[in-house]
Design a protein around this ligand. Structure first.
Ligand SMILES: [Zn+2]
Length: 443
């Protein structure tokens, strides 16, 4: 099948600084982009992410966004509950519906359009002050954050909390019901998966794994909503809490006996299967998280299709090991219309990195079955090379992808964008490559 969709993401500040015309001119001409989406709700993450400074922004060297702001104009009627989307307080962004800015120009070029709700949907500081009860808790009751150190005071909402579910459905209804978008993409962080993990680059499936499964005991969630839902499903919550507390201490080594036990395990040939067989309550909690994430996908699917039946609900993966956040591809993907596999291992700049990407694509392809589009992310940023980008297009072709999705224009170099077009031509990714053309093929 051809790589029919070549998508690219843009941020509101890219549009403000470079103009939507310049961004889309470059993406269209250099990389063959025919689908543009706004990261409509963005988490607190310095941009560009990997490089220290922007390679081509004419206004600023770098940007530090506010936490979880909406860059469209939200409709208050879509949010009847107590959690409401926040918009930007920055002068150069405030008051403009950046999604409409992108849609208007993209449609004039005949492009597809979309909007992403990225990793987080609440401002952590606001939530800690105004509705701390909706936040994920670890097994000792501490608020669970995203990827940063606990000192960063971040926070994740619990996806089993009814107020959070209402808010999420509101975001989806607002975006799909009131904007001319073809797809709504979710890259939500799910259950906190524990400390010290880099989840976007690398991470092969063969890495020693039982210790990473054990790390989930430092993640979420053990809030009241989770307890009530688990008990209603017949789980022994007290047994789960007791077992996970013990395993948490073994993992962190915060007390002498448990630290000693952790040392023995790490010097032994212990396995992931043994960990799960030995700790049945812990294993039942992991399965409970999986069912909870399935419910989340069903909720977003329903809100999106209730707002507009023809909408494409696209999931954007974000982790090397999504199962540690509760996501099982096979069950959750029953509720999606397409998937963007967000691996950026091409940025390792090596053939091994491309092999990691290929393996992840194969895993999604199998779980998604063959009738739903799969898009391979390409990291068009300086850590990737034109060679790894062209090889990544081959990995997409090898794994039966239906499109590509570039991440992210703000950090891209023009040479990396050109490598996308070159890779698509080299590996014959478009149907036009498969049809003899006298002009092109005259030797
Ligand atoms: Zn919870």
């Amino acid at each position: 099948m051809p790589l029919n969709e070549i998508a690219a993401s843009l941020y509101a500040w890219d549009l403000a600084d470079e103009t939507v015309e310049r961004c889309l001119d470059n993406l269209q001409a250099l990389a063959g982009v025919n689908s543009a989406y706004l990261v409509g709700m963005m988490h607190k993450e310095k941009r560009p992410l990997h490089a220290r400074f922007y390679p081509h922004n004419p206004v600023r060297k770098y940007y530090t966004p506010e936490d979880s702001r909406a860059y469209w104009r939200p409709d208050p009627a879509a949010y009847p509950g107590r959690i409401k989307p926040l918009t930007s307080d920055r002068d150069f962004l405030a008051g403009t519906d950046w999604l409409e800015v992108l849609i208007k120009d993209a449609r004039s070029r005949g492009m597809k359009t979309g909007c992403e709700i990225s990793h987080t949907v609440i401002d952590a500081q606001v939530a800690r002050e105004q509705y701390p009860d909706v936040l994920q808790r670890d097994v000792f009751g501490h608020v669970v954050g995203t990827f940063e150190a606990i000192e960063a005071q971040r926070a994740l909402p619990c996806l089993n909390n009814p107020d959070v579910a209402e808010y999420l459905a509101g975001l989806v209804t607002d975006l799909v019901g009131r904007h001319d978008i073809d797809f709504i993409q979710s890259c939500l962080v799910m259950f906190g998966s524990g400390y010290s993990r880099s989840n976007t680059v690398g991470g092969s499936a063969v890495r020693a794994s039982w210790n990473e499964v054990l790390a989930t005991t430092t993640g979420g969630c053990f809030c009241d909503s989770c307890r009530d839902k688990a008990v209603a499903q017949g789980l022994d919550w007290d047994a789960i809490v007791a077992e996970v507390r013990h395993l948490n201490l073994v993992y962190t080594g915060r007390d002498l006996e448990q630290a000693h036990e952790g040392q023995l395990l790490r010097e032994s040939n212990y396995s992931e299967a043994e960990l799960l067989l030995e700790n049945a309550a812990f294993a039942s909690w992991l399965a409970f998280r999986r069912r909870s994430i399935d419910d989340l996908f069903a909720l977003i699917n329903k809100a999106a299709h209730d707002a507009r039946p023809g909408i494409d609900f696209r999931y954007n993966t974000y982790m090397a090991r999504p199962e540690l956040a509760g996501l099982n591809f096979t069950s959750a993907f029953q509720h999606v219309d397409s998937v963007r596999e967000s691996d950026y291992s091409d940025q390792l700049g090596t053939a091994e990195g491309v092999a990691i990407k290929r393996a992840k694509l194969m895993k999604v392809r199998r779980a998604l079955a063959y009738d739903k589009p799969l898009l391979a992310a390409l990291g068009v940023r300086p850590n990737a090379t034109p060679e790894t980008l062209r090889a990544s297009v081959k990995a997409a072709v090898d794994s039966g992808c239906d499109g590509l999705s570039l991440g992210h224009y703000d950090g891209a170099t023009m040479e990396r964008l050109r490598a996308v077009t070159e890779g698509v031509a080299e590996w014959e990714g478009l149907e036009s490559s498969w049809i003899h053309q006298p002009d092109r093929d005259r030797s």
